[in-house]
Design a protein around this ligand. Structure first.
Ligand code: NAG
Ligand code: NAG
Length: 396
């Protein structure tokens, strides 16, 4: 029995111009375009292997070692689209094996704890769709394939590219032009770094799909956001990325995070994703920027209290003087820094401390469980690793 297999990795992406609001819930079509930065897979990635064989009797999914249901409508839509592209290929070339008719086994693993409280669905759906499109040897471009990932999880479409990515909302009712495109590759602005402060590893209070629907239906502020704010900001942010203008990029990123959370608060009933620790982090970043008299760091928050701080590598000492001082007891520093580097950061900050004009709130640390140090990274990658054996079954 011939067994066909394919494997890919896929990254997490964090939006700097937020996706919030659907114009079509089933097809995951957004009310607006959005922009994100793809993060390095050394720190955050999904690895997915897929296999198919004529003797498989049902589609199966294994996630982090456990068999999971494949029943969800979203996953089913992805499988159906991928199979129909493969079928078209088989019809155009009768010498191809008819694997579109066979069942699939999908085996997937994250290299970060699911408990890190990070939206892993973007990396997950992106990896699933890319792995199957490789298995099927589909000729479609990444942008084309991104439309399928979008149906699984909206923001997953942006994980099909590395670097700086836009999800173009499109106009068509069937979503045929709602896809991800590259704004700039990783190499264009490779010194962009990110530090994730994990405030909560819990599941979200209000799942984003239902939160979005409430906002679209009830928030007046949201109508202003989609008509006036986002269209302008979309062009400005793309231009800032092309120009590698960190100050503009950072200001737009922070403003857009605040605008998105303001529409959550303006929903009825209101939705709260930021908590007191998140708010303290917002204040801290503004104080740091003010202290240096330049924008060295930008915060952004998704539908939860975790902060993602973007900064440029050359400003690492400036940013981490403060962050290390305040968060030195949380997990995660030693993944990137030697103890010498960390004590240098601590002592450099001690010299500076006298001139810091705002109080350092040492309590902020209590609300944070870990820091994930990462940076801008590439899109889905081929790999020698595989999660399935020669029979196409999950390796234990
Ligand atoms: C955002 O949505 C508004 C309202 O639907 C639309 O007029 C505008 O063109 C959209 N633009 C972008 C860039 O998302
Ligand atoms: C913020 O939320 C997280 C999780 O819900 C909680 O663990 C933490 O204590 C909260 N912090 C503050 C200051 O409210």
């Amino acid at each position: 029995m011939t067994v066909y297999t394919a494997t890919t990795t896929a990254p997490v992406n964090i939006a700097t111009l937020k996706y919030w609001g659907k114009r079509d819930k089933t097809l995951n079509l957004p009310t607006n375009s959005s922009i994100s930065v793809t993060l390095s897979q050394d720190d955050l990635r999904t690895l997915t292997s897929v296999s198919t064989c004529e003797t498989f009797t049902q589609d199966k999914l294994f996630l982090n070692g456990h068999q999971e249901s494949l029943e969800s409508e979203r996953t089913q839509m992805c499988l159906k689209d991928l199979r129909s592209l493969r079928r078209a290929l088989e019809e155009s070339d009768p010498s191809l094996p008819k694997i579109s008719e066979w069942k699939l086994q999908i085996v997937s693993e994250n290299n970060f704890p699911t408990a890190a409280g990070l939206a892993s669905s973007a990396a997950g759906f992106s990896a699933l769709v890319v792995a199957i499109s490789k298995l099927y040897k589909l000729p479609q471009s990444m942008s084309e394939i991104s439309k399928i990932a979008r149906k699984g999880s909206g923001s997953a479409c942006r994980s099909l590219f590395g670097g700086y990515v836009a999800w173009e909302m499109g106009d068509e009712l069937d979503g045929s032009d709602s896809k991800a495109v590259e704004v700039a590759p990783l190499e264009h602005w490779s010194n962009m770094k990110a530090a994730i402060l994990v405030v909560s590893a819990d599941k979200k209070d209000t799942p984003s799909t239902s939160g979005m629907q409430t906002t679209v239906k009830t928030s007046d502020l949201f109508q202003w956001r989609i008509k006036e704010v986002v269209p302008k900001r979309f062009e400005e942010m793309k231009a800032a990325i092309i120009a590698k203008d960190f100050t503009t990029f950072a200001d737009l990123t922070m403003k857009d995070s605040n605008s998105f959370h303001a529409t959550c608060l303006d929903s009825f009933p209101p939705i709260f994703y930021l908590n007191d620790t998140s708010k303290k982090i917002i204040k801290l970043i503004h104080s740091i920027n003010e202290f240096y008299g330049e924008t060295v760091a930008a915060y952004t928050f998704d539908a939860g209290p975790n902060a993602v701080i973007y900064y440029l590598e050359e400003n690492e000492d400036k940013v981490f003087g403060f962050l290390y001082k305040l968060f030195q007891n949380v997990e995660g520093w030693d993944s990137k820094f030697t103890s010498e580097r960390l004590s240098a950061l601590a002592s450099a900050f001690n010299d500076l401390k006298q001139s810091v004009p705002f109080p350092l709130d040492e309590d902020i640390q209590k609300g944070v469980s870990r820091i994930i140090l990462t940076q801008v990274g590439p899109g889905p990658q081929d790999t020698e690793e595989s999660l399935v054996d020669a029979n196409g079954n999950p390796k234990i």
